[in-house]
Ligand binder design. Structure first.
Ligand SMILES: NC(=O)c1ccc[n+]([C@@H]2O[C@H](COP(=O)([O-])OP(=O)(O)OC[C@H]3O[C@@H](n4cnc5c(N)ncnc54)[C@H](OP(=O)(O)O)[C@@H]3O)[C@@H](O)[C@H]2O)c1
Length: 180
């Protein structure tokens, strides 16, 4: 991989990211942020997260990770049998389309696997601690450095406040795909 791999996620104070195959909050302001951050870029996601969306995302090429090699997907969406294959496919799409980042959009199983492969964590810290069955993995302070923190603008339909926080991999902690 030569392009940056960016994990994008909304994470509550207790690490919650999902409940019953959906999001445990209603935050249109963060959905708008997700759309802006992913537009025009390839987006890698797990089969369960794709199923929860139920449709392709306009303006973005989705690479769906599944062990099911017979998985049927809509046009414009590609399948990958492993995270490695998904990142390779996503990078090829990015190079062909001029995108500068490969985005990884969850869910919990994919985030856990992608932490070692990511360069950037582009997180929305959600000011809630809801019940959840899907959690974001721990962020190791020996590996990740906070590089920006910007308060989000809470709209009338947002259930809670939120903050956009970015972490970058410490330069001495090369990602897993890089040669030693
Ligand atoms: N808050 C957020 O930002 C955010 C973002 C995304 C998702 N979510 C939430 O997260 C939850 C879903 O997370 P999840 O962990 O249940 O599911 P997931 O990570 O979306 O998808 C898991 C599926 O991906 C495939 N997979 C995972 N690792 C693989 C590997 N190494 N090789 C091949 N295939 C692999 C498998 O598909 P098969 O079973 O088909 O083999 C597996 O069942 C939902 O509640 C969703 O709403 C939250």
């Amino acid at each position: 991989m030569t392009l940056p791999v960016v994990i994008i996620a909304a994470v509550a104070r207790n690490g919650a990211i999902g409940l019953a195959d959906g999001l445990p909050w209603r935050l249109p302001g963060d959905l708008a942020h997700f759309k802006a951050e992913t537009m025009g870029k390839p987006v890698v996601m797990g089969r369960r997260t794709f199923a929860s969306l139920g449709r392709p995302l306009p303006g973005r090429s989705l690479v769906v990770v599944s062990r099911d090699r017979a998985l049927a997907l809509p046009a414009g969406t590609v399948a990958a049998a492993s995270l490695d294959e998904a990142l390779e496919r996503a990078e090829a799409i990015a190079v062909a389309s001029g995108a500068r980042e490969v985005m990884v959009a969850g869910g919990a199983e994919i985030y856990r696997a992608a932490m070692a492969r990511a360069d950037v964590l582009r997180l929305t810290e959600v000011d809630l601690a809801p019940q959840a069955d899907a959690l974001f993995p721990p962020i190791d302070p020996a590996i990740w450095r906070e590089t920006s923190r910007v308060p989000g603008t809470r709209g009338p339909r947002d259930e809670a406040g939120f903050t956009f926080v970015e972490h970058a991999r410490a330069p001495e902690r090369a990602r897993a795909s890089d040669p030693a």
